[in-house]
Design a protein around this ligand. Structure first.
Ligand SMILES: Cc1cc2nc3c(=O)[nH]c(=O)nc-3n(C[C@H](O)[C@H](O)[C@H](O)COP(=O)(O)OP(=O)(O)OC[C@H]3O[C@@H](n4cnc5c(N)ncnc54)[C@H](O)[C@@H]3O)c2cc1C
Length: 469
C-alpha cells in the first residue's frame, strides 16, 4: 500500500496514471485496482477529494431531469444504482429521503407534467404529480404559495467525503499508488506519456485525465481542444442542527437552463443546507462566498421555508462546477494516443462516479489496455459520520472495548478521540486539519473549532509526528 506526499517518485513505466483524485478519479482508480495493473493516482493537493468533490450538495440523483439519451443520463442512472449498493456495503452514510420538486407559480406548475414525462424518458418511473394539499401535509414548514410538486422518491442524501475516501482507500489497498502534492505541469507523449510533475517525472502507457476544473488545460497539453471549462460557482449556507426537524425531504426547485436551482435539503450530519447559486466565474480558485450570493440565497430560502431563515447559520461554503460549452459530459477516448479525457463532469459527478469509472475502464480496454481478469476487492467498512445510525460516542459496546470512543474532543459534533486516532492511522490519512474534519467532522460544528480547535490540532500534530509524515 503506497501513499506518498513528498519525495521521489517511482522510476518505472506505469500501465495507467489517473490525474486527479476527486470523486471521479478515485472511483476510476478503485475500478482499475480490480485488475493486475501498475496504476498510479495523482493529485496536486495534499489530500483526495480536495477539489469540487468536497463542496457540493451531496445528493444522489435519480437522473430524472437529465437530457434524455445523453451520456450523463445513462451514467447518472447507472451510477445511482451502483453507489446506493456500495454505500450499504461500505457504511457510507446515506439517507433515502426522496425529493419534492415544488412549483411556486403557474408557469412552474405547468412545467411539472413535462418533467414527469422527461423522468419516464430517462428510465425513472416513480415520479408522480402531487397537489398543493399533499405538499403541505408532507412538508408542513414550507412557505405559503406552493401550488403542487413532483414527488421523486428515489433521491437521497449522502456523505460526499466518505464516498471519495472509500474509493481511495480501496484503490490503495488494492495496489494503486497514490501520490499527493503532485501536480502535473506538462505532458509529452511518445512511446510512453511522460508527465513532468512538481515532484519529478512519471511515465505511463495509458493516461486518464480526471483533473476536474483543470481537465481542459491537460487536454490541450495532449493536443486537443475538445472543451473549455468555465467554473460555475455554487454558494451554500449550512444551518444549525436545530433546524433539522423543519425539513423532511430534499426540496428542489423547477430547474432552469443554468442548472438545478436553489434547494433546501438536510445533510447526513443533521444540518440543513440552502443553495447553491449558479454564477459563471473566470477564476478556477474562486471558492470564496460573497455577500451578494448569500443575500440572494437568503431571499430565495425565505420563500421556500421562512422559518429556516430564523435559524442560526453554522457555515457557508462554495464549490465550482466544471461546466463547459457542451450540455453533456465530455468523456472521450483517444485510442491511438492511449489517452482518455474525462471532462465536463459538472453537477452530477458524485452520483455518476462509479458508472463513469466502469465506462472509462471499458474505454481503456477498447483502446488496447490488457485488463486481464477482474478480482474482488477486499471488503471495506468506513467509519460512520452520519446521524441516521449510531455514532461511536453512542455505542456502549465500542466504548467498553476502547474508552477512547467515549472521550469527546469536538463537543459540537460529538467526535471522540478514538475516531481522530483512527483517521490519523488510516490507509489514506489526512494531510491537514480540513482533511481530518472531512474524515471525522471534528471542528465542523456550531463553534467551527473555536473550542475544540487547539485539542484537535494537538492530536493532529502528534499523529503526524507518530506517522513520520
Ligand atoms: C455547488 C455544487 C453542487 C453539486 N451538487 C452535486 C450533487 O448534489 N450531486 C452530485 O452527484 N454532484 C454534485 N455536484 C457535482 C460534483 O461535485 C462533481 O461533479 C464532482 O465532484 C466532480 O469530481 P471530479 O473528480 O471530476 O473533480 P474534482 O473533485 O475537482 O477533482 C479533480 C482533482 O484534480 C486535481 N487536479 C487538477 N489539475 C491537476 C493537475 N494538473 N495535476 C494533478 N492534479 C490535478 C485537483 O486537485 C482535484 O482534486 C455539485 C457540484 C457543485 C460545485
Amino acid at each position: 500500500m503506497t501513499v506518498t506526499t513528498a519525495g521521489e517518485l517511482p522510476d518505472t513505466v506505469h500501465d495507467v496514471i489517473v490525474v486527479g483524485a476527486g470523486v471521479v478519479g478515485t472511483a476510476i482508480a478503485r475500478e482499475l485496482a480490480r485488475h493486475r495493473l501498475r496504476t498510479a493516482l495523482l493529485d496536486a493537493c495534499d489530500d483526495v477529494g480536495s477539489g469540487t468533490s468536497k463542496a457540493n450538495t451531496a445528493i444522489v440523483h435519480t437522473g430524472f431531469d437529465a437530457v434524455p439519451g445523453s451520456l450523463e443520463s445513462r451514467l447518472v442512472r447507472e451510477g445511482q444504482r451502483r453507489l446506493a449498493a456500495y454505500a450499504t456495503e461500505t457504511g457510507i452514510p446515506v439517507e433515502p429521503l426522496g425529493a419534492l420538486l415544488v412549483a411556486w407559480d403557474q408557469e412552474q406548475l405547468a412545467a411539472l407534467p413535462g418533467l414527469a414525462a422527461k423522468a419516464e424518458r430517462n428510465g425513472y418511473h416513480d415520479a408522480r404529480l402531487i397537489c398543493a394539499d399533499e405538499v403541505r401535509v408532507r412538508e408542513p414548514h414550507l412557505g405559503p404559495g406552493a401550488l403542487g410538486a413532483l414527488d421523486v422518491p428515489g433521491e437521497s442524501i449522502i456523505c460526499p467525503w466518505t464516498t471519495t475516501l472509500a474509493y481511495a482507500t480501496q484503490a490503495v489497498r488494492g495496489g494503486v499508488d497514490l501520490h499527493l502534492n503532485c501536480r502535473v505541469e506538462s505532458v509529452t507523449s511518445g512511446t510512453h506519456h511522460e508527465l513532468a510533475t512538481t515532484r519529478g517525472l512519471l511515465r505511463t502507457r495509458y493516461l486518464v485525465n480526471a483533473a476536474g476544473l483543470y481537465a481542459d488545460a491537460l487536454d490541450r497539453q495532449l493536443g486537443h481542444g475538445d472543451f473549455t471549462v468555465t467554473p460555475r460557482r455554487g454558494q451554500l449556507i449550512v444551518f444549525d442542527k436545530l433546524a433539522r426537524d423543519l425539513v423532511r425531504h430534499i426540496l428542489l426547485p423547477v430547474p432552469t437552463a443554468l442548472g438545478k436551482g436553489v434547494l433546501v435539503a438536510p445533510t447526513v450530519y443533521g444540518n440543513v443546507m440552502l443553495g447553491p447559486t449558479a454564477e459563471d466565474v473566470d477564476d478556477k480558485e474562486a471558492t470564496a462566498s460573497t455577500a451578494e450570493g448569500l443575500a440572494a440565497l437568503r431571499e430565495k430560502g425565505r420563500r421556500i421555508m421562512p422559518e429556516l431563515l430564523d435559524e442560526e447559520v453554522t457555515a457557508v461554503y462554495a464549490g465550482l462546477r466544471a461546466a463547459t460549452e457542451h450540455d453533456d459530459y465530455r468523456i472521450r477516448a483517444h485510442a491511438r494516443q492511449r489517452y482518455i479525457a474525462v471532462g465536463g463532469i459538472r453537477s452530477t459527478g458524485l452520483t455518476a462516479s462509479m458508472a463513469i469509472a466502469a465506462y472509462v475502464t471499458e474505454l481503456l480496454a477498447d483502446a488496447g489496455l490488457g485488463l486481464g481478469p477482474a478480482s474482488e476487492l477486499e471488503p471495506l467498512r468506513m467509519p460512520n459520520l452520519g446521524e441516521a445510525l449510531p455514532r461511536p460516542y453512542q455505542r456502549a459496546d465500542l466504548i467498553a472495548a476502547d474508552p477512547a470512543y467515549g472521550t469527546l474532543v469536538c463537543h459540537c459534533e460529538r467526535v471522540s478521540r478514538g475516531e481522530i486516532r483512527d483517521a490519523l492511522d488510516s490507509t489514506v490519512p489526512p494531510g491537514s486539519l480540513d482533511g481530518l474534519r472531512r474524515r471525522t467532522r471534528a471542528r465542523g460544528g456550531r463553534c467551527q473549532g473555536f473550542y475544540c480547535g487547539p485539542a484537535v490540532r494537538d492530536l493532529f500534530e502528534a499523529g503526524q509526528l507518530g506517522a513520520g509524515r
